[in-house]
Design a binder for this molecule. Structure first.
Ligand code: C2E
Ligand code: MG
Ligand code: MG
Length: 653
């Protein structure tokens, strides 16, 4: 490269000489002068070229410098923009923690403007949430390591304390000496709030705000370990509202929800601060009573809880009566962990419910067996409809004077492949607690109506078909529409359908019950109150109910001859019914004496094993073939119908 340049210079010098020689003839100059001139020209040209090269290099360096500066300027501008607009607060202090600069986000979060903050110590933000040692440690860390990261609580200008996520970094000069600290932080209040809300939602029931099963179990764990240490007893009380689902179905969830909230409040009022109340299911609550000296105290607590629910619940203008059943498991007497105790208390609660509700029951081994059986029934029942395991039997109802078969009562039967023949007394209450009762109830109504029409089609004179309704069926607002539909589908005349209801169904909301009964009566149906005398019958209400018949419970009829009280009750019911223009049916008539006595009191109809147990439709056909089933003057020498071997009839005349 350099050789080329020298050649280049020499060529220029020779050319210059030739030119000069032409301008000044060579003879005018001496040789040395020409040589000197040549050297001079070469040197001059060399210098000019060198300078040109230098200028080019400087120009390039300058260009690079300009680029770098322009880039730096853009970056600075960007940084300033970020500094101004970021949602994170940025604060710069000197090495002594005196604030030098803050950004707008700092003002948004802390409330201090730039003017109010600059020149002040960083302690301006310190809160009493942390002690001195905390801040000292933080400063030490910064001085030694140059950075710190973490959550802390600081104080705003208005005095409120807020959580923040902070990152502090030291800025050092070329010699490694700390010149500034840059502190970047964000306000965590929103996140903490959401976190708390989330925690609350996860651990609480949204309707009542009470702890849910998750939190309850946590509290149980704590209560159990505390009780072990201090030799105390913990009672787990499982409370289930009796027949609460009916309220939801009858008057809608809104009213139901309002009652559930009230229930929660009432129960809370019965408890001490250290006890816990949780809602663990739709109508189920659990109470953890701690620090008891012995299990007996749980008795008193249960009574108090039940009493608190005995006052009516008022929603808008309506009054609703509720009761509950409570099952109790005791720690450490009953074995098991949290789930074990909840299961035992629940099983005991079911036992209390099965026994009529409004009571409490302690867990026993026997209850465990019952609870297992109950589960088997519920599971089996779910399949029973599909597998055609349900069927109806019919029990005759006979006019006490004419001896004619005037009606039959449809009674459900379940033949389970696993459990054998299960009594409705055992499975109807279980079905009532689930959605099963609606399916079963619909099936019974439809099947009974179809059967009634079938008998008429066989040529028999129409008789009344009595169908038992469950409480939940009665409370369902769709009942009249459902019955109408079944009558229409089967073609049964409504006057031949009787619905059997129980007193308990009316007491929850008397006004509503009267309206439903009136609707049913207007449809020309026949209405009766079953098991009369066993419920909390109120005679004053009875007058308001548009019904046709009272069915005296067989518990009174059974001892009507031997027990003067039962005789008196039966007598009173019959005379009262007469006054109210109601018919009376006596259930469970099993002996001629009872029949005689009932006739003397003016009872209208009788039903019982004396005439026939519930039997198959075919066996009822045999009764229908006889115009008169029983005559007053008959001697009671019952003979069995061929076929079933279970129907008792009376000799013909
Ligand atoms: P309930 O409606 O009071 O039915 C009368 C019960 O008394 C029947 O019991 C019947 O077999 C029995 N019984 C009749 N006469 C005598 C007698 O002389 N002596 C004795 N010891 N018992 C007699 P069952 O069939 O076991 O039904 C029991 C209860 O189950 C019924 O009482 C009723 O409350 C319920 N139930 C039966 N079928 C249905 C149904 O289809 N739907 C609903 N919701 N409940 C039903
Ligand atoms: Mg009945
Ligand atoms: Mg009955």
């Amino acid at each position: 490269m350099r050789g080329m340049r020298t050649l280049h210079l020499l060529a220029i010098a020779v050319l210059t000489l030739v030119t000069l020689a032409e301008i000044f003839p060579l003879m005018m100059l001496a040789h040395w002068q020409i040589a000197a001139l040549c050297v001079f020209v070469v040197v001059l040209l060399g210098l000019i070229q060198q300078r040109t090269q230098e200028l080019i290099a400087t120009n390039q360096a300058l260009k690079i410098e300009v680029d770098v500066r322009r880039k730096a300027e853009v970056e600075l501008c960007l940084a300033a923009n970020v500094y101004q607009n970021t949602t994170e607060a940025i604060l710069v202090t000197d090495p002594l923690r005196i604030i030098e600069s803050v950004n707008p986000a700092f003002t948004d979060i802390t409330g201090y403007t730039q003017d109010e903050a600059v020149g002040h110590s960083i302690t301006l933000l310190y809160s009493n949430h942390h002690d001195e040692a905390f801040y000292r440690q933080l400063h030490d860390e910064l001085d030694t390591h140059g950075s710190w990261r973490g959550e802390m609580w600081s104080q705003r200008k208005n005095g409120s304390i807020y959580p923040e996520y902070v990152s502090i970094n030291a800025i050092r000069d070329g010699d490694g000496v700390i010149r500034h600290f840059v502190r970047v932080f964000s306000d965590l209040s929103g996140i903490k709030r959401s976190e708390q809300q989330l925690q609350f939602i996860v651990h609480h029931d949204s309707l009542t705000g009470l702890p849910n099963r998750l939190l309850l179990k946590d509290r149980m764990r704590q209560a159990f370990s505390y009780a072990l240490r201090f030799n105390q007893v913990v009672a787990v009380l499982f409370l289930g509202l009796d027949r609460f689902t009916m309220i939801n179905e009858a008057v809608g969830r809104g009213v139901g929800d309002s009652i559930l909230r009230d229930v929660g409040n009432r129960l809370l009022h019965c408890l001490r601060d250290e006890d816990s109340l949780a809602r663990v299911g739709g109508d189920e609550f659990v109470i953890i009573a701690t620090g008891l000296q012995h299990g007996g105290t749980a008795n008193r607590i249960a009574q108090k809880l039940l009493l608190s629910l005995s006052e009516p619940f008022i929603v808008e203008t309506d009054r609703y009566f509720l009761s509950a059943s409570i099952g109790i498991s005791l720690f450490p007497m009953d074995e098991g962990d949290e789930d074990g105790h909840l299961g035992k208390a629940e099983a005991a609660m079911r036992r209390a419910k099965d026994q009529g509700g409004n009571s409490h029951h302690f867990f026993t081994k026997e209850i465990n067996a019952v609870s297992n059986k109950r589960m088997a029934i519920e599971n089996g029942l779910r399949l029973a409809l599909e597998r055609n395991e349900l069927f109806l039997h019919y029990q005759p109802q006979i006019h006490i004077i004419t001896g004619r078969l005037v009606g039959v009562e449809a009674l459900i039967r379940w033949k389970s492949p696993e459990l054998g023949l299960v009594s409705p007394v055992n499975f109807i209450p279980i079905a009532e607690e689930s959605d099963l009762i609606a399916l079963i109830g619909d099936w019974v109504l439809r099947t009974a109506c179809q059967q009634s029409v079938l008998w008429q089609e066989e040529g028999f004179a129409p008789i009344r078909m009595a169908v038992n309704l469950s409480a939940r069926q009665f409370q369902n607002r769709d009942l009249p529409a459902k019955v109408r539909q079944v009558l229409q589908d089967t073609g049964l005349d409504p006057q031949y359908l009787e619905l059997e209801l129980t007193e308990g169904m009316f007491m929850r909301n008397v006004n509503e019950a009267v309206t439903t009964l009136q609707t049913l009566k207007d449809m020309n149906l026949y209405l009766s109150i079953d098991d009369f005398g066993t419920g909390y019958s109120s005679l004053s209400y009875l007058k308001r109910f548009p019904i046709h018949t009272l069915k005296i419970d067989r518990a009174f009829v059974r001892d009507i001859i031997s027990d003067p009280d039962d005789a008196a009750i039966t007598k009173t019911i019959i005379s009262m019914a007469k006054n109210l223009n109601l018919h009376v049916v006596a259930e469970g008539v099993a002996s001629p004496d009872q029949l005689e006595f009932l006739r003397s009191l003016g009872c209208d109809l009788v039903q019982g094993f004396l005439f026939s147990p519930p039997v198959s439709p075919e066996e009822i056909s045999l009764f229908l073939e006889e115009d008169v089933v029983y005559r007053q003057e008959d001697s009671f020498a019952p003979k069995l119908h061929s076929g079933s071997g279970s129907v008792i009839v009376f000799p013909e005349h």
